[in-house]
Ligand binder design. Sequence first.
Ligand SMILES: [Mg+2]
Length: 403
Amino acid sequence: MVSFSEERPKNMAAGQNVISDAKSVLNMSITMTVSAQKPPAPPGCISVSRKKLLQNLEINAGARVNAWVDSMKASSPTHIKSLPSPSDDDVSWNLHHPSALEMFEQIIDESKGKQIVMFLDYDGTLSPIVEDPDRAFMSKKMRKTVRKLAKCFPTAIVSGRCRDKVYKFVKLAELYYAGSHGMDIKGPEKRSKSKKDSESVLFQPASEFLPMIDEVYKQLAETTKSTPGAKVENNKFCLSVHFRCVDEKVKANSQWQLQLLFAIQLQKHLIFCFKIQKWSELAQQVRSVLKKYPKLRLTQGRKVLEIRPTIKWDKGKALEFLLESLGFANCANVFPVYIGDDRTDEDAFKILRDRGQGFGILVSKFPKDTSASYSLQEPDEVMDFLRRLVEWKQLPVRAQSRM
Ligand SMILES: [Mg+2]
């Protein structure tokens, strides 16, 4: 813990020595202890000058790390921010991104005469977000629903995970799979015994990065060992640093680690003690490894930091590639529907919006900035939506058109 003592501002009441502020000038969630006079630093605190504090912040590139942490929070809400009654912002968001279940008839109406093509993210869309990413299994009911869906419409799974791993979760050979954020695309398995599995691989635009990804994986696994709950996953063409099991803040009874953070408020020189954020520590560790690899970039998903090659390829490009592979490159009568819960899915939502074809559905219980047109709250709602699509498709053609 870091303590910094100066004169108390005139407008501060005597005895007022603890301030909680979720929006400091640094936009950090912090708890601050203000020294009213100049007491000796409490046990576990270090007294430092403000100049030194500023210097250390420069060295630690704190601002950049804080920006990462802010982004981690924005993409990974851990609690419901809205009050019991929805705020005006929530109501406005819901108006602009209505439930795909409630708007089902309208969606079907929009798709009439067009070929629906389904794109599904995996984590948080077909399976719930669980503590151990290796146990993010989808339910049997969901698998059954996706199997039926694939019989009605061309269907692809688009995930940040390694393609082999997401296949082990989904276990449906009849689907297209785009793993590693679309950098590893494979079509449905061929049934012919004479054809090898590799023949259905369609595209791997980042093959040259494989040795670098392996190297960075080892370094990240070693560097993040000291952050309890952090888990590094090798997705072949990209890496994930999961922080779903990392406490956002250090608990009061856990071991405190030193990190210099500061705030200047009320136009006076107040120095505070801050609780250290574990997410901040993890962001710092990841950054320390990545700064040696300018050909890799970091993006953020839901409780995960994603590290990928800097090639211009993402889930949106994978969606376009798959549409082309399916023969819908310049087809006006295609209606792609992409369902996902993550920031990395936004690339696909944006492509659909720009093309003016189909739409994206964001899976989220919270209002978020998104290019998706509709929303669903959780994987159970995704399953209901997919079921209704299947039921509609299985209706006689005349009954379909009456909807
Ligand atoms: Mg996801």
